[in-house]
Design a protein around this ligand. Structure first.
Ligand SMILES: Cc1cc2nc3c(=O)[nH]c(=O)nc-3n(C[C@H](O)[C@H](O)[C@H](O)COP(=O)(O)OP(=O)(O)OC[C@H]3O[C@@H](n4cnc5c(N)ncnc54)[C@H](O)[C@@H]3O)c2cc1C
Length: 447
């Protein structure tokens, strides 16, 4: 049966009215301009609350710990974790996964479980901006009001020391990813390692406080061992911008020389001048090195959202002056915090550091919500294991806390201990690696 034009108009009017009544767009507010462009702002699909709301951006080692422990220390809080990924993949232990010594299930964890068991909301969205005055976090899924806001977004790469050519930077990102942010970079790296036919495999180490100081050296060990087991004519060449190995030096150097002398070439104090992708040659300040494959790890910076949100004043990074080093609060914004690898303080950028720091930041936020007496500063804890070999599995480790020096407003290491003698203690340390990882995953995701 055909319908008339009048009936059709009536019908479409009914649809418009029904849409308005059903409230499908009830949160949307359209602001039109004379030019006809329409900006839409809308509330995130999260129920309003009368409870103090704590919004945490980033479901990594820092954000997960803050979301869980804020809810524990301040049960009245409405805690929302804003995370752009669908599931969590661990960087710690991922070097073992590259060579098939743990499986992906061990590294992957469920954000929904973390939220369910710990009584907060996982909101799958990307934070895109901030209205500090109105206390609104802008996200890809709508605006989220907050009383307390934590930025724990981790790092981004900074390729500017190598190139200002965005096309070339994108080739480096795509063809030779660093593998220090989980996801496709790690999958690409694993494929490269497992399909390597021989020749030079370059790993670079940036200077500065890069993410996980020992991880590039640990990675070199497991890749070298993998090539050795396959009897490949291959070499892992480590081009290190630093003067020497930045952490666990004795343990790594002895492993390089005693276990992998034919498979690892360690070149410290190296500045890369040019990467010729067509001819596969790295030009350093004193050499030209041919390579068959590589993972180029550039410098790191705090994730870009900090800049977009106006909490990092420098165009690239958070500076020490941007936040209070003892309370993690952004200067001038008492209820906005920056934590984890994105923080400007010189703590080791490690998962354990971020997790332990998260417990403390949760206490700080809970203290404000509960209006209880001020909380004393607690040092983050850096416990870091590194694998030296996988057959048999041997590891070295370092433990450190930090002390704050008021006079020069800086932190130094304290209570440091280490176990770098992998010949004597490597096997015992290796057991602890799994215990550590399993305990930390449970701390982040279980009740
Ligand atoms: C290969 C490797 C090995 C490592 N080994 C160890 C180890 O053995 N021990 C150890 O302690 N540490 C280790 N680390 C370091 C550890 O992984 C990091 O220090 C830790 O992940 C930092 O935690 P974070 O929460 O600050 O950042 P992340 O864990 O990176 O989490 C940040 C989260 O924020 C999200 N995010 C970013 N921007 C936005 C946005 N705009 N909106 C929404 N979400 C956003 C990201 O998706 C991410 O999930 C290793 C790292 C690597 C790469």
């Amino acid at each position: 049966m055909a319908i008339s034009r009048r009936e059709a108009l009536q019908f479409s009017g009914a649809v418009v009215a029904a849409t308005a009544i059903s409230g499908c767009c009830k949160n949307e507010k359209e602001i039109g301009s004379a030019q006809g462009d329409v900006k839409t702002t809308h509330k995130a699909p999260i129920a309003d609350t009368k409870s103090p709301r704590v919004v945490v951006v980033g479901g990594g080692w820092s954000g997960l710990s803050i979301a869980k422990y804020t809810k524990i220390f301040a049960p009245s809080a409405d805690v929302i974790l804003v995370e752009q990924r669908h599931n969590f993949t661990s960087c710690p232990m991922s070097n073992l996964w590259l060579v098939d010594k743990v499986d992906m299930e061990y590294l992957t964890h469920d954000y929904l479980q973390g939220a369910r068991e710990n009584d907060y909301t996982y909101f799958h969205a990307t934070a895109t901006g901030l209205d500090k005055k109105k206390r609104i976090l802008k996200t890809s899924e709508g605006d989220l009001s907050f009383d307390y806001l934590v930025f724990a977004p981790g790092i981004d790469y900074d390729y500017s020391r190598w190139t200002s050519d965005i096309a070339f930077e994108n080739r480096l990102r795509q063809e030779y990813p660093a593998g220090f942010i989980p996801g496709s970079e790690h999958l690409t790296l694993k494929n490269k390692i497992q399909n390597f036919k021989g020749g030079n495999f370059i790993l670079t180490v940036p200077s500065g406080n890069y993410r996980c100081l020992p991880a590039p050296y640990e990675r070199a060990c497991v890749i070298a061992e993998y090539f050795k087991q396959k009897n490949l004519k291959a070499k892992v060449i480590i081009l290190d911008e630093n003067n020497t190995i930045t952490i666990k030096k004795e343990g790594f150097l002895s492993a390089f020389y005693e276990l992998y002398s034919d498979y690892i070439e360690y070149i410290p104090n190296t500045t890369i001048k040019n990467i010729d992708l067509e001819n596969k040659i790295v030009e350093t300040d004193f050499d030209e090195i041919k390579f068959e494959d590589a993972a180029f790890y550039p410098h790191v910076r705090g994730a870009k959202i900090l800049q977009r949100a106006g909490v990092a004043k420098d165009a690239k990074n958070m500076l020490e002056g941007d936040i209070d080093p003892l309370t993690y609060e952004v200067h001038g914004e008492k209820n906005i915090f920056v934590t984890g690898d994105a923080r400007p303080m010189g703590f080791s950028k490690s998962g354990n550091t971020s997790n332990s720091e998260g417990h403390f930041v949760a206490k700080l936020i809970a203290q404000k919500i509960n209006k209880t007496p001020a909380v004393k500063w607690e040092s983050p804890v850096t416990t870091c294991f590194s694998i030296i070999s996988t057959a048999p599995i041997k590891a070295i480790y370092v433990y450190s806390e930090y002390a704050y020096n008021k006079e020069n407003s800086s932190f130094s290491f304290t209570s440091t201990s280490a176990s770098e003698n992998w010949k004597k203690e490597g096997v015992v340390n290796a057991d602890s690696v799994y215990n550590w990882a399993t305990a930390l995953y449970a701390d982040m995701f279980s009740k």
